[in-house]
Design a protein around this ligand. Sequence first.
Ligand SMILES: N[C@@H](CCC(=O)N[C@@H](CSO)C(=O)NCC(=O)O)C(=O)O
Length: 214
Amino acid sequence: MAPMKLYGATVSWNVTRCVVALEEAGAEYQIVPIDFATAEHKSPDHLARNPFGQVPAFQDGDLHLWESRAICKYVARKHKPDLLREGNLKESAMMDVWLEAEANQYTAALNPILYQCLVSPMFGGTTDQKVVEENLEKLKKVLEVYEARLAKHKYLAGDFLSLADLNHVSVTLCLLATPHAFVFDAYPHVKAWWDGLMARPSVQKVAALMKPSA
Ligand SMILES: N[C@@H](CCC(=O)N[C@@H](CSO)C(=O)NCC(=O)O)C(=O)O
């Protein structure tokens, strides 16, 4: 069976969100770089992979997917279904809650911070500190909810690791690459949760992959 293909650059936290799932699944995959400098992500070939002209895109045999979180769910369902808790209605429902919280609360607050602190300077742009400060305040409110949850459970969906936890990894690694990593210090249970995730070989591998020198 040909290896699964993940299209995109590992500088993107949406692409590396999928690498975490692929590494956790222990599945054979290859990363196919897409060159933003030449707008390859808008090429006809790539639009056929992802009609929105974005990365990641994904191929497994004759199946073509896009949207990082859908790719992660597919990889987990196929190779490590325990991450989805689909055998337990309540556990899988709680996982869905925290999958959505990652996308719509946590990463929604982090995206503008990462764009200002990491992406804009990468293209010679400046950092709008007002945007950073505004979204740091939003992130702190989100982390207050996470702190309360993780004071009661080892992981977000319950006392079991799930895809919901893993989907937070890539964007959190990016946060740690900004001057605002200290924001976790005020939330000890969030920090313990993160330290636990960081100890996983899959996360170590993605952390190494995301280092600028990689
Ligand atoms: N909801 C989607 C977001 C993909 C995305 O924004 N990809 C960016 C690069 S990563 O930040 C991208 O491809 N931007 C180029 C563009 O939008 O033209 C997902 O989770 O896969």
